[in-house]
Design a protein around this ligand. Structure first.
Ligand code: AMP
Ligand code: GLY
Length: 424
């Protein structure tokens, strides 16, 4: 089968790594890809949201499967674009329809969906510029900290958690009447703060059946001890040690099943991933958010633990036969450490030469933001490289990754040295 992956991060390199191993994969392309994907697949210089260029390429190179990495093309309706096109409709698309993608594309929609199907989540109300005063009054009824969320996609920056009510009022006004997050913030969800520890559960569904994939926990903050600004993710581990059988059963019964049932009931075309961001409060799971794609860097620890042939699994997804699949999962733990450019998630420089890649032993290297010029690999983004290892437990896996990280270098390279600190 000829396969095209959309995206250019560590997530997409990991997809390419797994798919390139499949006996069912003939030609593999990544658009636009990075220096890592170019070693195992062919990169094509097409933007992930340029549907017409994607169509042209898919037809010219006879692609039979499209795997969508990031959320943008999904929220913009790439699945619908393929389904409605006579020439593209037989291409298998891994990723939900535009209606499905709204679970990530609109926080208000996600909250309404959860309320309708009685899925546990923080209490909330949503507001627009017209209801600004009601929003301010609603804040008065809550205890700090105050959680304000821009409704639309805001590249992971649309959530504010504020301790001071005065500041919460001001920020609500900034979002609703001064376009703080642009169009994304024209509706704001205000919700109850939940105090607990976060984890992620990944589900692959064909819209009817589903498979629960290994759990993962990522580290979002730039600074050690979970301090400083939010990033895309500074590292991850899988499985999550505290997600035991009893807790996972609660998640399955109260969250995963009703989510898939809701999708089915609303006749939403959904052949793809549901990434459920959760928080454990006491012993109970609550949904923080849905994403309609895999996580990054969670993919770098979840996919390497799946031993089954991924192309086979995706084919069954597309055919609506996921009930025929039994996933084989690696027992060992996996951990990944993300190397980032100095300054990230604020301003940083690109084009730094990366050395030491050839010295890595017994770990997997996934490129996140890299490019290659005349055989030299250079930094090309905030998150640069993820180093993934296996071990008996997350500590062993992390140890191996950290040993290999020591062999890598680029100017102003930074990484968190305390991953897993909150788990023992
Ligand atoms: P989101 O974009 O909805 O995932 O929110 C980003 C981050 O904000 C989450 O990963 C949590 O750390 C935090 N967060 C979001 N909602 C809440 C909440 N209701 N209570 C506590 N923390 C939250
Ligand atoms: N690591 C979080 C995300 O992919 O959204």
């Amino acid at each position: 089968m000829n396969i095209l992956i959309l995206g250019s991060g560590g997530r997409e390199h990991t997809f390419a790594y797994k798919i390139a191993q499949s006996k069912n994969c003939s030609k593999l392309f990544v658009a636009p890809g990075n220096a890592g994907t170019s070693k195992i697949a062919s990169n094509v210089a097409i933007k992930v949201t340029d549907f017409e260029a994607i169509k042209e390429f898919v037809l010219k190179e006879r692609m039979e499967m499209l795997i969508v990495g990031p959320e943008d093309p999904l929220v913009q309706g790439i699945q619908d674009y393929f389904e409605k096109d006579e020439q593209l409709k037989n291409v298998m698309v891994i990723g939900p329809s535009k209606r499905g993608a709204l679970l990530e594309g609109s926080k208000e929609r996600a909250k309404e969906f959860m309320a309708l199907y009685k899925i546990p989540t923080a209490a909330y109300q949503s507001f627009t510029a017209e209801s600004l005063d009601a929003g301010k009054q609603f804040l008065e009824t809550l205890k700090p900290p105050y959680v304000l969320k821009a409704d639309g996609l805001a590249a992971g920056k649309g959530v504010l958690i504020l301790n001071d009510i005065e500041e919460a009022r001001t920020e609500l006004e900034n979002m609703l009447t001064h376009s703080k997050f642009g169009e994304a913030g024209s509706t704001v969800v205000i919700e109850e703060f939940l105090d607990g520890v976060e984890l992620s559960v990944f589900v692959l569904t064909d819209g009817e059946n589903y498979l629960t994939l290994p759990t993962a926990k990522d580290y979002k903050r730039i600074g050690e001890g979970n301090t400083g600004l939010n990033t895309g993710g500074m590292g991850a581990i899988s499985p999550v040690p505290f997600a035991d059988e009893v807790f996972m059963k609660k998640i399955e019964d109260r969250i995963v099943k009703p989510t898939v049932e809701g999708i089915k009931k609303e006749k939403i075309t959904y052949k793809g991933f549901i990434f459920i961001g959760l928080i454990k409060v006491g012993e109970e799971p609550y949904v923080i958010e849905y994403n309609v794609r895999m996580g990054d860097p969670e993919t770098e620890v979840v996919l390497p633990r799946i031993k089954s042939d991924l192309v086979e699994v995706f084919k069954k997804t597309s055919e609506g036969k996921l009930n025929e699949v039994n996933l084989e999962i690696e027992e060992q733990s996996a951990a990944t450490v993300m190397l980032v450019s100095g300054g990230y998630p604020e301003a940083y420089e690109k084009g730094k030469v990366i050395t030491g890649l050839e010295n890595i032993e017994d770990s997997l290297v996934f490129h996140a933001g890299t490019s290659e010029e005349n055989g030299t690999v250079k930094t090309n983004g905030g998150r640069v490289i993820a180093v993934t290892s296996f071990g008996e437990d997350y500590k062993q896996a992390l140890k191996k990754s950290y040993q290999n990280v020591e062999k890598l270098h680029f100017d102003k390279m930074y990484f968190r040295k305390d991953l897993g600190f909150d788990l023992s």
